[in-house]
Ligand binder design. Structure first.
Ligand code: FE
Ligand code: ZN
Ligand code: FE
Ligand code: FE
Length: 190
């Protein structure tokens, strides 16, 4: 990648984000589907709608830059999505699967917060106020999504209980309760 100006760097950053957001438009529905908690499903669905809008917002950034809206494969997001996919196999008890989905989703949000923050700083340095505020809008949505996920995780953590496994009433709610030890007395597992 040869860049000559700070604007070239901004374009590279925005192209990376454009691809990253498009990957998420494809990945988030699978995460929502794999979630058991209604709160988590709803949060992911809401963020999917926001994410579609973030793709459009980046298209406005490309317009402001007078460059074609063209992504550049974001390998980092590909890795985050691929690794997050490991949480979706449905083999773990529901609250644990949900917590693993949140763990993956928060890695994604933090990546985005970082990338948008950097891009916004470059835009400001270039005096591109419109672009900076478009990027900031998205950054705020990513931060809110991250906070929402923390809240849901805090609730689910309570359900996941004491560190030895699930509370017995929660074990009954899990998708697959046939794993050894599930729902049985804790003493049997220690
Ligand atoms: Fe996003
Ligand atoms: Zn990237
Ligand atoms: Fe690391
Ligand atoms: Fe996001």
């Amino acid at each position: 990648m040869t860049m000559t100006t700070l604007e070239d760097l901004l374009v590279e950053q925005v192209r990376d984000l454009y691809d990253a957001e498009q990957q998420l438009v494809r990945a988030l529905p699978k995460m929502a589907e794999a979630a058991s908690s209604e709160d988590l499903q709803q949060a992911i669905q809401n963020h999917l709608e926001e994410t579609k809008n973030q793709v459009s917002r980046l298209e406005r950034v490309f317009e402001e830059l007078d460059r074609p809206a063209k992504g550049k494969a974001c390998k980092a997001m590909r890795g985050l999505v691929e690794e997050g996919g490991e949480a979706l196999d449905g083999k773990s008890q529901a609250p644990l699967t949900d917590l693993a989905i949140i763990a993956a989703a928060q890695r994604v949000e933090h990546y985005e917060i970082s990338a948008y923050g950097t891009a916004r700083a470059i835009a400001l340095q270039l005096g591109q106020e419109t672009i900076a505020s478009l990027l900031e809008e998205t950054e705020e949505e990513e931060k809110a999504a991250d906070t929402k996920l923390t809240d849901i995780a805090t609730d689910l953590m309570g359900q996941a209980g004491n560190g030895n496994g699930l509370e017995e009433e929660e074990a009954g709610l899990s998708r697959k309760s046939t794993q050894p030890g599930t729902g049985s007395r804790r003493a049997a597992r220690s």
